[in-house]
Design a protein around this ligand. Sequence first.
Ligand code: UGA
Length: 478
Amino acid sequence: MNVAILGSGYVGLTTGIALAYIGHQVTCVDTDESKVAILRAGKMPFFEPHLAELCALLDGRLEYSSDPADTIPGSDVVFIAVGTPSLPDGSPDLTYLQAVAGSISQHLGAAYTVIVNKSTVPIGSGNWVESLIAEKSGRRHRPRQHFSVASNPEFLREGSAAHDSLYPDRIVLGSDDSRAVERLFQLYRPILEQTFPAPSFLPRPEDLEAVPLVTTDLASSELIKYAANSFLAMKISFINEIGRLAEKVGGDIQKVAKGIGLDSRIGSRFLQAGIGWGGSCFGKDTAALISSAAEYGLTMPLVSAAREVNYRQREYVVRRLLDELKILKGKVIGLLGLAFKPSTDDLRDSPAIDIARDLIERGAWVRAHDPVAMERARQEHPDLGISFVEEVESLALDADALVLVTEWPVYRDLPWESIAKLMRGNLVLDGRNVLDRVRLQGAGFQYVGIGSMGLAASDDSAFALAERSSTAIGKSTL
Ligand code: UGA
């Protein structure tokens, strides 16, 4: 099929690359000409593993344009993948969505077109976009003869966007027009049935034979997106809330997470306690859900609490530093990681930025290192007042404490023994609970994790041995 994708951010570009990979002819459109120039030069405008490698396999099936007029007519499917950032009151800013709907109405071709909303939009936006296009294109009478608007929320994660697009857990299609659903079923068929050849660098998960399809009405589809992100955000905040109690009672949140996550009704994913969630989605989407509910006179107490717990985690990190160092004024704190999660250079709602700001306001000197996000941090936060260092050794030199903010794998294997010798103090606050506590303590560090006082005997080799053998014979671990 001929596919146009309006908006070449994470969602639009990844969708375009995946659809071209499975055989469609795709044009990614973006009004930002500098971004289009970068893409045409064969580069990616952001760091995301495997996208460039996939692009190299497309045999000319993916083009880029800054002009929707060239692209929309003649497209069987037009995706809307523009940003919906939060307004100060938490509701999403629909300016880009409205602009793109206007552009579609202007350039819609004569043949029936399916317009797919992939942007995360407030409930009811599908109907709103349909009415806007019908009105502005002069197709008020029986618009469905000409076009139909469907919702197809995106569930990809930054850092594994290519994998998530080719091997999604499910595909959700919201529409009450069977013609639109049939076309989108055909569009996604190679993914649904997993008939495409897997790229060598992104092998198909062993147990994946087919991807479930959920078809529903527009409003339910839009709600699925918000509910999924809010649930994941709640799950993380839940484990962080329990982590605070685990610290008080002398427990170990990692063991608690394992103990509850092995219950298949709960599941072990998204129970990693730490500094909490960031990124462009959870904060924005939980706020939007609360604001949508408010329109109907509803409150969302669980979702509101998940937000409160999450943002308190960032303050808590600073408080733990204060507790341990006593005085923050004049102290040198090194942040390991700036991105909101590993494998991305995205800094949106990143805990590192809030923590750095808070520390600087309290008079500390803050240095930061990140394997890929430093350039972006320099550009996006020129006034933050932190210094960026290229080597972890420079971060550690005469530092009083290090805080692991982003769990880049490279940080796990640092030469901790020599790093210890460079520092003035010996505190490491492991904000993601990923470092080897025993090794760090052996190197002379005072190790502070999140959700445990570091006293539990969980690493004791006798415990580890018992766990391994009970797992081997298929029994519960404790
Ligand atoms: C999230 C969702 O996972 C995707 O399904 C969704 O498509 C996307 O938002 C979106 O709406 O576009 P993303 O924000 O890229 O994806 O990243 P996640 O992997 O979900 O991580 C979000 C945050 O939660 C990160 O800061 C991560 O460090 C944190 N996290 C995650 C935890 O603190 N603990 C965990 O156990 C898991």
